[in-house]
Design a protein around this ligand. Sequence first.
Ligand code: ZN
Ligand code: ZN
Length: 274
Amino acid sequence: MISYPYNLHSHTVLGDGNNTPEEMAAAAYEKGFKTYGFSEHSVLPWYEEWCMTPYGQSEYIKTVNKLKKEYEGRMEIALGLEMDLNSDYSKNQLEPFDYIISSVHSVRGSDGKIHYADSSEEKMLKGIEVFGSAEKYAEAYFENVIAAAKADYADILGHFDLLLKYNEREKFIDENDGWYRDLSLSAADEVAKAGIIVEVNTGAISRKKRSVPYPTAEIIKYMNEKGVKFILSSDTHATDTLDAFFDESLELLRGCGVKTLCAYGNGKFFEVKI
Ligand SMILES: [Zn+2]
Ligand SMILES: [Zn+2]
């Protein structure tokens, strides 16, 4: 039995995932999910392999809507979008989607270039170099996170502290340093004020980059005290990690004092006890 039968963050071959939407839905149904949401990466103003193209997005919408009908009455399928802060959608373009995960994957440096936080350790280091220090890089990153949390389209804030993706192996940032704690906690304050649902994301654990979900336990505790609502998601890219590390994360959340989680069903968000 799956402990928390919901997941709204997932990718397929239509983005940077490994399986087709049909394969993901079939595996989710087999696992006993009540709601399974697709959240392919939004179209960017420039080409990126991991993002959808405008044509790819129309195929994505068609495919997921077809799956919705196919699983009707057995498992709820939801059509989501992981909106990168660099994307630019009109209200009309957002219409087809049931929910939006608002995510930051990069920061723009003084060189005018985009520096990704999650694509590789080298690119992350390059970003820090361009910004001159990890502190300056983190400042720019969290400014973007605050903007993502305040975006009017946003339902869920994706991976709050993605900039720590490679930090367990090699310490680019000392998370206990005063400057990092001040910066991340003040960003957490702004996120709490925005009233957005915050995602607890296990993706980096299944990709063996981290041993704990985003955000860190300290941030979860802090946000929980500020009344933030959380949702658990696997950010899965394959059929074998649909609910990866859900049990461990539920334990961690309980340890942080979290008593309920958001879930999605019948087209809306609601809370479940954990
Ligand atoms: Zn993401
Ligand atoms: Zn994702």
